[in-house]
Ligand binder design. Structure first.
Ligand code: GLP
Length: 253
């Protein structure tokens, strides 16, 4: 895993990287670029920058197929806090990706297990994820793979941890009781199958998770440490989120 401290911000650096990666791949209808996309505050700068690339003609999403990482269970997709709504407002409404290329987990599926299986199958049918983009939870979660998630887990329904409910209550009017208790998430195994992985981390509340990602032994209680076994991972962090690394090294942990 390679740490890149991005002065201008992880979202902007990640967007630049994604633009170059997609343009180099030169996707076509027959050979689309498969990308996995996150939600969350850290991703906002990335979506804003990607939108401006698309507007300026520097990047097209016509032959890009996206799979979102996660969605709450039991939340109306038109709710302001749903990830469907987040993606529509912050990204999909502003770019040229055909609607049929957009995939987001259905947290209202009648049979969630069957939906998850089909989500995995669809990714496989299209040739697998070329580039996975994720944020980082304060507890080291990736997508909604909470501490304790198996490193070979696949897309499934999960219970959200108390820490995540608290952290995400900011998107639900600071009312922790309004945050759904469960979500559908890609698994850690699904993520590890991607050919390349980018993780973004912003802010001082992520220093511990960034430090664990880079310095700790693989530990199921810190899901991000699973990525150490992958050959192609970039961790874009701002200065505040990367702070822990120097502390770790100085304290010989
Ligand atoms: C949510 C998402 C995660 C994301 C995390 C970080 O929990 N399910 O996929 O990584 O938020 O969010 P933020 O960037 O707002 O800190």
């Amino acid at each position: 895993m390679k740490l890149i401290v991005a002065e201008a911000g992880p979202g902007i650096a990640a967007a630049e990287y994604i633009k170059d990666r997609i343009n180099k791949f030169n996707p076509s209808e027959k050979n689309p670029f498969i990308i996995a996309l996150p939600t969350g505050g850290t991703s906002l700068d990335m979506y804003k920058t990607l939108t401006s690339f698309c507007r300026d003609g520097a990047l097209s999403f016509k032959h890009v197929v996206s799979f979102n990482l996660d969605e709450y269970i039991g939340l109306d997709i038109s709710s302001a806090s749903s990830y469907h709504n987040f993606m529509k407002l912050n990204f999909f409404d502003h770019i040229d990706m055909p609607p049929q290329n957009i995939n987001i987990p259905n947290g209202n599926a009648k049979d969630i297990a069957a939906f998850c299986e089909e989500y995995e199958n669809k990714i496989k049918r299209l040739g697998g994820i070329e580039l996975f983009i994720g944020g980082l939870g304060v507890n080291g979660h990736i997508a909604f793979n909470e501490p304790g998630s198996a490193f070979d887990s696949r897309t499934r329904a999960v219970d959200l941890s108390a820490e995540t409910l608290k952290s995400n209550s900011r998107f639900f009017g600071n009312d922790i009781n309004a945050v759904p208790r469960q979500a559908v998430t890609m698994g850690i195994g699904t993520i590890l199958d991607a050919r390349e992985i980018i993780i973004m981390a912003c802010g001082a509340n992520k220093v511990r998770a960034v430090g664990k990602a880079l310095k700790s032994e693989p530990d199921v209680m810190w899901p991000v440490t699973a990525l150490q076994s992958h050959k192609n991972v970039l961790l874009f962090a701002d200065k505040a989120a990367a702070g822990e690394i120097s502390r770790y090294e100085n304290s010989l942990l």
